[in-house]
Design a protein around this ligand. Structure first.
Ligand SMILES: [Zn+2]
Length: 596
């Protein structure tokens, strides 16, 4: 039970060891790979995968695609999601940990490890030992490097402590390619890993890649074609009739609703105006795109289509799935998350997004079919999602509410400081109204426990708080086992606890409390909680010719990597994954036989 520390250390060494190995690899050194596309193939071909194994593994994450959304729209999926819904379906997949954010979630999917082992405990954590003045560390940055623009950061996957499936594949078959594309840097990097041939994500007005690499011709071409869309804008999308009941304005932001919900809601503006905005509505947006509104482009189905277009172009230029050894393609589609944050999960916007996602995925799979690629695909999500409390309250969930400002770190600091007679400024550090909180390192060691206890008591006195765990409580707890739908809150928090980065306290809010204190255009709803609306995600496998089946019992996203590894007979030592191989053979055979 108490193996995590040992295992983490071993994997840390392993991950560290992989980098120089890759740099010395011959003749192509993916970690140093420059621009461009096709790496020349080494002359010596190692043994291929087992006969009949797929030549391309496609792992797709749909950001914020909850099991609830999948269930709600399943009957309307007729294209890509329709195909997957007729495959090997696990409708009760779990991002089993408490910190259901994008970076931790993506870190589980292709490593097969929970955040406690990937080290990605949140999107952002506080490292008071950081050498720079800013102590908040973004999960996908290299904080030791200064970006050219002081407001920017250097994207990096260095915080990920374990290898990804694509890296493991390359280790076994050096000719295999590992590629990741996403609307977000953290998604592409956490699915791709440290040794990656091509990695792209959307930034600002186009796709970009790691510092030190130049854009390949596929990304240049995709960016060029998107330039004109962004400059010209685009008309509203057609809403299917079945979205009709969702097309209703919900007033937010204090004042009376703007009549008809036009303007902000329809353009899905994400550049947040002043929080004193006199009011706006969500629920009736149809994705009309104003010229030069890159934020609205990002929070629309158009971003997913662009991401899939780029993925297809990379399949062509790199001839993915056509080599003698299996290739790995990771795609994370971010628009569902941006739409969810901007407008919630139950408006016309999400309904249209679901239809467009289905269609775009259908075109992507057709492109792979047309190229006669033997591929296996899995689709899941980095976390689920929750609607905005203002609409939830209208729709039979009267307990839904926004987090109270009293939960924010400065307010808790004030109360704790007054109670203990200590300087309150920055006494308690944190990134919001829930999750990890840190005690200022200026607090003398012999006072720290007193501050932790006082802060815990202050949080627990708040009516919206369900539970508070201290770092020592979490460190003493065993890594949870058994089916994730039965885990306690402590188990869930333990699964995303990594002592060197986690807070001194982890605060879990009550079910239905949305941790956005004040809604603003672009940010009205969210995820991140320890509750099942944020933990449950679909896990859908598909491969041509395989017999479909449905297994409604709970499984985990950490089961994906070992399941895909087994399909290609990837050899990894026992203990490589937190998850288990899911047998994707519907009959008496097994797809798990060739793995550990
Ligand atoms: Zn996300």
């Amino acid at each position: 039970m108490i193996r995590p520390l040992i295992r983490s250390k071993a994997l840390l060494l392993l991950a560290a060891a992989m980098l120089p190995m890759a740099a010395n690899a011959k003749p192509a050194a993916p970690a140093k790979a420059g621009p461009g596309t096709s790496q020349p193939r080494p002359q010596v071909q190692p043994a291929g995968p087992v006969k009949g194994a797929p030549r391309l593994l496609v792992a797709i994450s749909v950001d914020q695609f909850s099991a609830d959304l999948f269930a709600q729209y399943r009957s309307h999926f007729v294209a890509g999601l329709g195909r997957l819904a007729g495959g090997m379906v696990f409708p009760a997949g779990y991002q089993s940990h408490a910190a259901t954010e994008t970076c931790p979630g993506h870190s589980t999917i292709l490593t097969g490890m929970r955040p406690a082992h990937t080290g990605i405990i949140a999107n952002t954590w506080i490292d008071q030992s950081a050498a720079r003045p800013k102590k908040a560390i973004y999960c996908a940055e290299d904080e030791t490097k200064q970006a050219a623009d002081p407001k920017d950061y250097v994207a990096s996957v260095d915080h990920l402590l374990v290898p990804t499936l694509g890296e493991m594949i390359k280790r076994q078959w050096p000719t295999s390619r590992n590629v990741a594309v996403s609307g977000k840097d953290r998604a592409a990097l956490m699915m791709g890993g440290h040794v990656i041939d091509q990695v792209y994500w959307w930034k600002g007005k186009g796709f970009t890649t790691l510092d030190g690499r130049t854009l390949g011709p596929e990304a240049v071409a995709e960016n060029k074609s998107l330039e004109s869309v962004l400059a010209q804008g685009a008309p509203a999308m057609t809403m299917p009739a079945w979205c009709g009941p969702h097309d209703r304005a919900i007033a937010l932001g204090g004042g009376a609703p703007a009549s008809g919900g036009i303007g902000i809601a329809n353009s899905l503006a994400t550049a947040a105006p002043a929080p004193t905005a006199s009011g706006f509505t969500v629920g009736t947006g149809h994705f009309a795109l104003a010229p030069n509104d890159a934020n609205a482009f990002r929070a629309s189905p158009r971003l997913d289509r662009a991401t899939l277009d780029l993925a297809t172009e990379l399949v062509d230029s790199m001839k993915l799935g056509k080599g003698p050894t299996p290739d790995m393609l990771a795609v994370s589609l971010s628009a569902t998350d941006y739409v969810g944050h901007a407008t919630g999960t139950e408006g016309a916007e999400m309904c249209i997004q679901m239809q467009q996602l289905d269609l775009a995925l259908g075109d992507f799979f057709k492109a792979l079919d047309d190229r006669h690629i033997d591929y296996a695909v899995v689709l899941t999500a980095d976390h689920g999602g929750f609607d905005l409390p203002e609409r939830l309250r209208e729709q039979a969930l009267p307990s839904a509410e926004r987090a109270a400002p009293a939960l924010l770190p400065d307010q808790v600091s004030a109360v704790v400081g007054a109670k203990l007679g200590m300087e309150p400024k920055d006494l308690i550090l944190g990134d919001g109204a829930f999750g990890d909180f840190w005690i200022n390192k200026a607090v003398p060691a012999d006072q720290k426990t007193k501050v932790i206890d006082a802060a815990k008591a202050v949080f627990l006195s708040q009516p919206q708080v369900q539970a508070v765990f201290t770092a020592s409580e979490l460190a003493a707890a065993p890594m949870p086992t058994g089916t994730p739908d039965t885990w306690s809150l402590l188990d869930r928090a333990r699964a995303s606890f990594y002592a060197p980065r986690s807070g001194d306290l982890v605060v879990i809010l009550k079910r239905g409390v949305v941790p956005i204190v004040r809604p603003m255009p672009g940010i009205v709803a969210t995820h991140g909680s320890a509750w099942d609306y944020d933990r449950r995600v679909p896990i859908l496998f598909w491969r041509a010719g395989m017999t479909p089946f449905e297994q409604p019992s709970a499984v985990e996203t950490v089961d994906i990597a070992p399941s895909l590894a087994a399909l290609i007979a990837l050899k990894e030592p026992a203990g490589t994954f937190d998850g288990r191989c899911l047998d994707l053979d519907a009959g008496p055979g097994t797809t798990c036989g060739a793995t550990n």
